[in-house]
Design a protein around this ligand. Structure first.
Ligand code: ADP
Ligand code: MG
Length: 461
């Protein structure tokens, strides 16, 4: 590069920096109107625009806690400011200061060497966005305690379990985000267990198993989501067992979630299961009507949606009683529909949407359906269940069908189940359920057959 080119380049760079600084200052003026002076001073005064490329503005922040706070609290003000100063499609990139040479020359202190660690946390999942109620109070308050003293409480590990869409992922990420906000030097890692397993398998094939273990042993707060996927994955369980021990012995925090309790997990080594139970096991329950109502209202306020009538909100809270994800799903499709077809949001529209939504997301499990899947899986003619036959495989199929009818549905009485599945009375159902439960506990082969049938039944639900 000749001198002239060098001169032009440095001028462009200077110009870019100046432009970036000016553009960001314009944005800050707008943002300043939406946050309190204390928060502005704390979170924005030290930020600066450092470069702009097309519609991408890069802003330097002192550390990752700024990013977490800003994204969680000012996302919409920020978007509005960027749109108005730079134009629609503007985007923002955060940049951390490079460690200065003097820092690098000194022996590395923990904080400095850790700066650009990627936690894979979603900044929107914060405690502030979690609406508390009876169903989640215990889990949230344990989560807050851990977030303020990771690794230093008796809640290590914390094992949070509950059905889909009840807030497990949100809660554990809220813990992670709070830890990062308060201790930017901590290495916090969020990882779904399937991804952990995949990484482990890859590392094994690439002969990098030690690198994999080293990486995980250097984490301060390890969050593994949905650990039920470790079931049956012997190699991953083995490696996780060692990582778990190492982290626990070194006072690092472990945070685990699953869709069931440790006791209900199959095909997991006992020594790992017993560790899951070392700290605190806490459940996320289904929210009740009043809690669902508060969650809905909170969402609408956050999204700045004002024109949904009360009867519509009450109706949704009443009918969508499964989980919070479905509650959100119904609201989103209601809003989308009303925008697309320009229909006013009325109770009629809500009834339409809820019924479509429930129809498409959840097919009711009927007794006939359960019976047909069980018989098909076991190769038994389904009409034989009603016969008086005492042939081994027919007796088993009858018992298993009754067991699933009892455990996978709620609306049928024992009487209904007995008569519809096999023309028997309620005492046969009770006896069948006991027999199947006992066999599940004692007979591995039987258990895995029952597990397979359960998967088939639920796959079509
Ligand atoms: P899970 O991991 O248990 O399947 P998620 O954490 O993904 O559930 O939660 C599903 C959705 O419900 C997410 O969008 C989340 O933000 C929302 N959510 C969960 N719990 C709450 C709560 N207590 N208040 C408000 N929103 C919640
Ligand atoms: Mg989840």
């Amino acid at each position: 590069m000749n001198k002239k080119q060098l001169y032009d380049l440095s001028n462009i760079l200077i110009m870019k920096t100046e432009t970036a600084a000016t553009l960001w200052n314009e944005c800050l003026k707008m943002i300043g109107k939406t946050v309190s002076p204390e928060n502005y001073k704390k979170w924005f005064a030290q930020t600066k625009g450092i470069s702009v490329e097309g519609k991408m503005l890069t802003v330097q922040i002192p550390d990752t806690s700024f990013y977490t706070w800003i994204e969680a609290n000012c996302a919409s003000a920020l978007r509005e400011a960027l749109n108005s100063v730079i134009g629609t499609d503007a985007c923002l990139r955060y940049s951390l200061p490079k460690p200065s040479l003097s820092v690098v020359k000194e022996p590395l202190k923990k904080t400095e060497s850790y700066a650009p660690f990627s936690s894979h946390l979603n900044a929107h999942y914060t405690f502030e966005q979690l609406v508390e109620g009876e169903s989640n109070h215990a889990a949230i308050s344990a989560g807050r305690t851990i977030a303020s003293k990771p690794g230093k409480t008796a809640f290590n590990p914390i094992f949070i379990y509950g059905g889909v869409g009840l807030g497990k992922t949100h809660l554990v990420q809220a813990i992670g985000n709070k830890v990062v906000a308060e201790n930017p030097q901590y290495r916090v890692l969020y990882i779904p267990s399937e991804k952990f397993i995949q990484q482990y398998v890859d590392s094994y094939h690439q002969d990098k198993r030690n690198d994999f273990i080293n990486y995980y042993q250097n984490i301060d707060v390890l969050i593994i989501d949905d650990v039920q996927f470790f079931c049956g994955k012997t190699g991953s369980q083995e490696v996780f067992f060692h990582i778990f021990n190492h982290l626990h012995q070194n006072g690092k925090q472990l945070i685990l979630t699953a869709d069931r309790t440790p006791v209900d997990m199959r095909d997991i080594q006992d020594r790992l299961l017993s560790r899951f139970k070392w700290g605190l096991t806490v459940k996320l329950d289904t929210p009740d009507y009043e809690h669902r109502l508060r969650i809905l209202k909170d969402k609408l306020v956050r999204e700045d949606i004002k024109d949904i009538p009360d009867d519509v909100i009450n109706y949704i809270a009443k009918t969508v009683d499964t989980n919070i994800r479905e509650l959100e799903g119904v609201v989103n499709s209601l809003l989308a529909q009303s925008t697309i077809i320009h229909r006013e949001i009325t109770l009629d529209l809500a009834v339409d949407i809820v019924s479509q939504f429930i129809k498409t997301t959840k097919k009711e499990l009927t007794l006939d359906y359960i019976k047909s899947v069980v018989c098909q899986s076991m190769g038994v003619e389904s009409s034989l269940l009603e016969s008086s036959s005492r042939k081994g495989e027919i007796v088993r199929a009858r018992q298993i069908a009754m067991y699933f009818a009892k455990t996978l549905t709620q609306k049928y009485s024992l009487q209904n189940i007995g008569s519809q599945i096999a023309g028997r009375d309620h005492s046969t159902v009770i006896h069948s359920c006991k027999t199947v439960s006992n066999l599940i506990e004692t007979d591995k082969k039987f258990r895995s057959m029952v597990d397979d049938i359960r998967v088939k039944i639920l796959a079509c639900a």
